[in-house]
Design a protein. Sequence first.
Length: 191
Amino acid sequence: MFEQATWLNPPQQWTRSDDRLTVTTDAHTDFWRETHYGFTRDNGHFLSVQTAGDFTAQLKIEASFEQLYDQAGLMVRVDEAHWVKIGAELSDGTTLLSSVLTDEVSDWATGTFPGDPQAFWIRATVTKGVLRVQVSVDGVHWPLVRLAPFKVAASYQVGPYCCTPERGGLEVSFSKWYVSAPNGKALHDLS
């Protein structure tokens, strides 16, 4: 998938080989709209493909999150005011499972990882205006972590993202990325 994708805000340092993308973040990058902080930032690194409507996407993320707000994961985007980013983010001294759903303004939901947050998978399915997010630390078991309404669109941009609002220099490796038609699995199917 990586060779078919295009950048929004490409980082200064990145490499692609076979099925792996390695990114080093630029300084002061982020995706956020208004809530609490009062600012809008849309300068994070995002590599995406365009879907032909509803989809399921899956991605493996590997990184060592070291400083406040270091983050990486999977992003689904309609436009600059309608998107979601799901992944790991360092906050309050802990790497948390983090999702920011943005519909004109951003929300932020966090949770505890069910395993090692330095290597994990994210799966997102968008179908009929509903976003379903699952996370896995072994690539086998996929518990549900978020279910939310999501803007219906003719197509979506989907792919890996990473940001470092407080610094630059986070190295992230992305692999095992695919995008397909919605997988049709039952809501609590953990496979």
